[in-house]
Design a protein around this ligand. Structure first.
Ligand code: FES
Length: 177
């Protein structure tokens, strides 16, 4: 007991010891509070904290894969006749800063994607001969049917623009990111 009192920098009569450093006099150690957390509790706390952080990272990483962001603005692209088989058309959707490309495949289907390569954001172009979307920067290649990467460095598919033909006109109706 007397040792504890001396560690607080106090003499038996309650006055401060002259050989105790000033910082210890100003900030005396609360021994009861110091012993409040045991080593075992500390290890438990660190382990649980690490597990929670790992789980939060895991949830964040996988949630972004399954939660798809959508834009649902409707925008007129032009007359369907402007897009012949094996032809492509550039447009911007959903904002003026978002370049996109619409293609009428050799089978006659209409598809559209963001033109921004998922590798390092160069603009992809349509290669009629191979019926593929090609990125000239690092020779990335995407399939026209799905927008999925088939060659080169890109690993993620191009965001798809949903198209609808209403009468003679083609409209962009949504963007899957
Ligand atoms: S930016 Fe398109 S492949 Fe690198």
């Amino acid at each position: 007991m007397s040792t504890q009192i001396e560690n607080r920098g106090e003499a038996h009569d309650g006055s401060a010891c002259s050989n105790t450093p000033k910082y210890q006099q100003d900030f005396p150690i609360e021994w009861e509070g110091d012993h409040y957390v045991s080593r075992r509790e500390m290890v438990k706390f660190l382990t649980l904290g690490s597990l929670l952080l790992a789980m939060a990272n895991w949830v964040t990483a996988f949630a972004t894969r399954f939660v798809r962001r959508r834009s649902t603005a409707v925008q007129l692209l032009g007359p369907a006749s402007a897009l012949e088989k094996n032809g492509s058309m550039l447009f911007r959707y959903p904002t003026a800063e978002s370049p996109c490309i619409a293609i009428r495949t050799p089978k006659g289907e209409l598809v559209a994607y963001s033109q921004v390569c998922t590798h390092l954001s160069c603009a992809v172009i349509y290669n009629k001969g191979d019926n593929q979307l090609v990125c000239p920067c690092h020779r990335g290649v995407f399939s026209v049917d799905q927008g999925s990467p088939v060659a080169g460095p890109p690993t993620r598919p191009l965001p798809r623009v949903m198209l609808e033909q209403r009468g003679e006109n083609i409209y962009a109706t949504g963007l899957e990111a």
